[in-house]
Design a protein around this ligand. Structure first.
Ligand SMILES: [Zn+2]
Ligand SMILES: [Zn+2]
Length: 285
């Protein structure tokens, strides 16, 4: 292991699973999504080429699984050109130190996410008192201490381009975390939304296990700025995506996606914002 990098001091395996765990889906010829326990990773790039990237880095202890999924799709001993992070929560960076030391590839994230990825600042504590769901109540066990990627982490280019993802642009979609980003490709309106919105009620254990598809705001127990989260969802809905890969839940496409996003924008306060919780602004309700 690379001495310049380490996981957070509270890093640990989280025993959580879903029916989707271990399942991969090819949504487009160059867009593949795979579920690690309860979180999705993305592989973007033509499987016949060597030009591809990994989006997000799964749950703690999942490096071997991510490497074998990657090699199965792109060939033995192949490696991505880079890892792009939608944000730095534990379930999106769970294997990153192992992956970077194995592959020796750069990691890119938004400037405002840097403190959490360079050992400088912990994310706010997850909120177990937030309205709704067993997962919220379990959330104090989730790691929130910063990981440190040392000089392996770089800022995304300020012009909106994404390294090694030529047709994609990144968009700042804060709220769930300060430097949260989503990735969008105009030509086929493909969206990688991270946790800006998700397609499963992530707070409810049985819905996580069954992966019942239902549009939802960002996972509540870790979302700290609901005003920004709402604006971000409005921005993403305006793009009218044709396919969306989200951080949690099954990918959504077509009319169901369009209608679900419309509903989420319209009823964001009731669908997404919890009635109570330590990060909820009482003035809104
Ligand atoms: Zn998150
Ligand atoms: Zn997440």
């Amino acid at each position: 292991m690379d001495k310049e990098m380490n996981y957070g001091s509270d890093y640990k395996y989280i025993p959580a699973t879903s029916v989707g765990s271990g399942v991969g889906l090819e949504l487009l010829p160059d867009l593949y999504c795979y579920t690690i326990q309860i979180v999705n990773i993305g592989l973007v790039g033509d499987p016949k080429s060597n030009e591809y990237v990994l989006i997000d880095a799964g749950m703690p202890n999942s490096a071997n699984e991510i490497i074998s999924v990657t090699e199965e799709r792109f060939g033995q001993n192949s490696r991505p050109k880079a890892i792009i992070l939608t944000h730095g929560h534990f379930d999106h960076v769970g294997a990153i130190v192992d992956l970077v030391s194995y592959w020796q590839v750069p990691v890119y994230a938004h400037e405002l996410e840097m403190p959490f990825l360079t050992g400088k600042k912990a994310y706010p504590e997850p909120d177990p008192t937030v309205e709704g769901g067993m997962v919220s109540k379990m959330s104090p066990m989730f790691p929130n201490e910063p990981i440190d990627l040392g000089n392996h982490i770089e800022m995304l280019p300020s012009d909106g381009t994404v390294p090694h993802m030529p047709d994609f642009k990144w968009l700042h979609t804060p709220g769930h975390s300060p430097g949260h980003i989503s990735l969008f490709r105009e030509k086929d309106r493909a969206l990688i939304a991270g946790d800006a919105f998700v397609t499963v009620k992530q707070e409810y254990l049985y819905k996580v296990i069954t992966q019942e598809q239902e549009i939802s705001g960002p996972p509540r127990y870790l979302t700290t700025d609901w005003d920004a989260a709402k604006k971000s969802v409005m921005e993403l809905a305006k793009l009218n995506p044709s396919v969306a890969v989200t951080g949690h839940g099954l990918p959504m496409t077509g009319e169901l996606l369009t209608e679900s996003l419309e509903t989420l924008v319209q009823d964001f306060d009731s669908i997404a914002i919890p009635d109570y919780g330590k990060y909820v602004d009482k003035k809104l309700h």
